[in-house]
Design a protein around this ligand. Sequence first.
Ligand code: THG
Length: 269
Amino acid sequence: MIIIGEKINGTIPVVKKAIEDKDQDFIKKLAIDQAEAGADYLDVCAGTIPEIEVETLTWLMDIVQGTVETPLCIDSPNPRTIEAVIPFSKKPGIINSVSEEGDKCEIIYPLLKGTDWQVIALTCDNNGIPKDTETRIGIAVKLVEKAGQYGIGPERIFIDPLVIALATDNQSLLTFIDTMNKIKEIYPKARITSGLSNISFGMPLRKVINQHFLTHAVFSGMDSAIMDPCNRDMIASLLATEALMGRDRNCRKFNDAYRKGKIGPKKEA
Ligand code: THG
């Protein structure tokens, strides 16, 4: 599983405050904690004020890159922001994201040409997030085919089928799994990623729902998640699922994580 750590995100109130206060130590700690917890990439998202997005994002990127070696996942809804900050990245990571909205592909894909950057492709377009599997797959195909025109192969693309809240769509998980399976049939080398928290929007006990979503999605073939790697229950669920799927010989990863105190009761440092 490829874990993209979600915590450096200016839409989270405590992070928003740290950004406003220019609190470098707070951001550094988020980077270190997530890297130590096993994040493969660190998502960086400036938040919601467009006027200072580029400045905020480069500030976050500088702190993270000065603190840990983990590559970045650059998260912005604005392709021009991504274009502006890419030169400040020390090494290739993931661009989050393209979709069929506006001219996102035309701006983002040329940036990836001839590099090792990867990209998350959201299955939405100018009409929003489609409810049905067929429309989502149609969008995914367009996004992968367009990437091909820039020499970007499916192996560099993470498709994010965008989970709808279960409270508004009873079939949400089932549609997600169906979409994932069909995309993998068409593009076996493409990977599937997703945020975990959309599923539980508007429900109580959100973390329980998110944890079970992760289990089902991973069992059904999800390759990556944008998640909080410091959430010990979530990591325990993930490691348990991978062991149950036969991906953890002698349950060694699970046992090691327990022994090191990464899952289960917290051990004193
Ligand atoms: N797909 C893609 N990118 C995304 C999302 C997606 N980027 C933004 C978002 N969704 C993923 N990021 C977050 C960041 C924080 C939270 C949820 C999603 C959040 N965090 C809680 C907090 O920090 O207080 C804790 C959550 C926990 O402990 O599990 O709510 O879907 N491509």
